[in-house]
Design a protein around this ligand. Structure first.
Ligand SMILES: Cc1cc2nc3c(=O)[nH]c(=O)nc-3n(C[C@H](O)[C@H](O)[C@H](O)COP(=O)(O)OP(=O)(O)OC[C@H]3O[C@@H](n4cnc5c(N)ncnc54)[C@H](O)[C@@H]3O)c2cc1C
Length: 394
């Protein structure tokens, strides 16, 4: 149950993100996209406003935001810049892994307090050369000795790793472990060497700066998140990623529909007394946008409703939740580019131009990454095998 103080704190964070989105993120969105550069200004402003620790529980000094609240923060930012919102969403998914699975460790409890004070940014390295989009298998393994670890990984894609304060890296528990017997290791940026192995000259999400990297890292053994990654993945990384990504894809789509609505209103002003034909298309696409919002919001509310105890959290390990999150990810990642496409049909050539106030190119290109970011085919294949045995209606 949230207190009114927590509600007030969320209200201030939301107001801060709204201000940052308008004053800092939106003006930089086109240069960030054009130059495929990290959104330094926005991340600095988010740090300054304490937004990076929104997902830290209140007992460690954070705002203890719920999934619904984090989704709102990501979706507001996405209406200004999809890449910046993706950085925030990925950071929250990593932070949640520490906050929800590291609490029995003195090291991680202190790290959470440190993160609140210093507003650290966390990145993720699940992909690997040879395993590609299968987050649940690793080739690399962590090596332990004298209370320290050594971990080297060849990742295909590592968003903003060069700009993060720490990277959460999946790997096998030890050199003899099976590919799926993984742990999650927090590598501090100052203890890592990162050699860029591929480029990041992509269609969209250019500001996430996500090339391949060869990581060499070391650190204290206590930087390994307790428990199996199988559990932190199902109970935290997958729900946070899929719900928060969906919220930000919705934000991209919402801004596209907002631009289309401005265009239609402009047409209406030019011929008072008549409803332009594009208004009907606007009504149709707004329905799809609303459906998309209801999908991520209801998943976020259901997630927040699960009790904090271990028995309640077990629910997240079941097929029902796995299927729900897979369906959410596939539905929202398919819907976002479709909605932007429909907005483009409403606006026409002014949406196709890169230098018009109705331009939709960046929205379109950013939204196209959604179905690839953990391939929908890969997710659908996992759902297909679960549905052979899971008989409840979704
Ligand atoms: C914007 C963005 C940011 C990212 N950031 C990060 C990051 O920070 N850290 C990180 O580790 N990774 C990151 N990734 C990588 C991402 O999580 C996936 O690992 C990557 O997109 C998958 O690459 P892939 O399409 O080559 O791999 P695959 O999933 O192997 O897909 C390759 C092809 O195989 C097909 N395929 C795969 N499985 C099946 C199946 N079972 N049935 C049928 N067809 C199948 C797919 O449809 C696709 O055509 C990011 C990706 C994007 C787009």
């Amino acid at each position: 149950m949230k207190t009114s103080r927590a509600d007030q704190e969320f209200g201030s964070l939301l107001a801060a993100v709204r201000r940052i989105a308008v004053e800092v993120t939106a003006p930089q969105a086109d240069p960030v996209d054009r130059e495929a550069r990290f959104p330094h200004e926005s991340v600095a402003a988010l740090r300054e406003a304490g937004v990076l620790s929104a997902a830290v529980p209140r007992e460690f000094g954070g705002a203890g935001c719920t999934m619904v609240e984090l989704g709102q923060l990501c979706s507001v930012l996405a209406q200004a810049c999809g890449s910046t919102a993706m950085v925030l969403a990925m950071h929250y998914s990593q932070l949640a892994c520490i906050a929800r699975h590291g609490q029995e460790s003195d090291f991680f409890r202190n790290y959470l307090r440190e993160l609140v004070a210093r507003q650290y940014l966390l990145a993720s390295m699940t992909s690997e050369v040879g395993t590609y989009g299968d987050t649940r298998s690793s080739i690399c393994a962590v090596e332990l000795g004298n209370g320290r670890f050594v971990l080297n990984k060849d990742a295909t894609t590592g968003s903003y790793c060069q700009h993060a304060d720490a990277i959460l890296v999946t790997c096998r528990r030890d050199k003899d472990a099976a590919a799926g017997d993984q742990v999650l290791v927090m590598a501090r940026r100052e203890d890592c060497s990162l050699k860029q192995t591929t480029s990041w000259d992509t269609l969209g999400m250019r500001g996430t700066c996500s090339p391949g990297f060869r990581l060499e890292s070391t650190g204290a053994q206590e930087q390994i998140i307790p428990g199996a990654f199988a559990d932190s993945s199902a109970q935290t990384m997958v729900p946070y990623s899929h719900i928060l990504w969906s919220s930000l894809w919705w934000g991209i789509a919402a801004d596209a529909v907002g631009r289309a609505a401005n265009f239609v209103r402009g047409q209406a002003r030019q011929s008072p007394g008549s409803v332009p034909p594009t208004a009907t298309r606007l009504a149709e696409v707004s329905l799809q946008l609303q459906t998309m919002k209801q999908s991520w919001m209801s998943a976020a509310q259901a997630f927040d409703a699960i009790g904090p105890g271990a028995a309640a959290q077990e629910e997240l390990l079941g097929m029902s939740w796995a299927l729900r999150l897979n369906n959410l990810k596939i539905a929202c990642s398919d819907a976002a580019p479709q909605i932007v496409h429909r907005a483009l049909q409403i606006v026409g050539i002014l949406g196709y131009k890169n230098d018009s106030p109705f331009s939709l190119g960046r929205h379109y290109r950013d939204a196209l990454s959604a179905s690839l970011m953990i391939s929908n085919d890969r997710i659908a294949a996992k759902s297909a095998s679960m549905l052979l045995v899971f008989k409840d209606a979704p």
